[in-house]
Design a protein around this ligand. Sequence first.
Ligand code: URA
Length: 244
Amino acid sequence: MERLQKVIAHAGVASRRKAEQLILEGKVTVNGQVIKELGTKVTNNDRIEVEGVPVNREAPVYFLMYKPKKVISSAKDDKGRRTVVDFFDHIDKRIYPIGRLDYDTSGLLLLTNDGDFSNKLMHPRYGIEKTYIAKVKGIPEREKLKQLERGVRLEDGKTAPARIKIQSIDKKKQTCIIEMVIREGKNRQVRRMLDFIGHPIMKLKRERYAFLTLQGLKPGEIRELSPHEVKQIRALAEHGRNAF
Ligand code: URA
């Protein structure tokens, strides 16, 4: 037995809060009856519909993928380019990515069919740490990196504090490799932050998502998260704020 709003959220139809709203508005039926009680419990055999559309209750699955470059992180692409979901053709579930990596960014991407899990992880309040490795043009001065660590004003607001380290410098080619840890996920955030200080990115990879890494995977490979990993990530999203 599970609470109705949880089942709707898990199915990816809406966030938990939105699901509650839908129930209160009388838009949800269970076995053909309108249900407006938030605490209502349902079983696997109950037929749930939201605004007349059946809620698909497939078992939740969680994957970690090493996204290669030149792949779109959405379920469909109107230009016909390869998408991350194409890598899951053999899995008969409606899987979608949690957040995005740019077409030219490689690295760690989580995918699931669990809408509730996905909403939690993407909510800025939960601030899961993500580690990026960037190859940039030029060699930034310390003060510029400090500026990024404190936060810079981009067109959609100020960035939250970040942690930055220079990993290596190529003086001859005038490039360097930077490690950046951020807790937000604004669109093209890392690229825009480095553009802001005048050191555009030549190459970008997400190496870590909370405690998860790409260890053992090559670009294009996927693995299922263990139940323990799912539990830990969920707990981090619910309670953990590892402030800098
Ligand atoms: N920041 C970016 O700029 N690009 C990504 O793909 C991820 C984070």
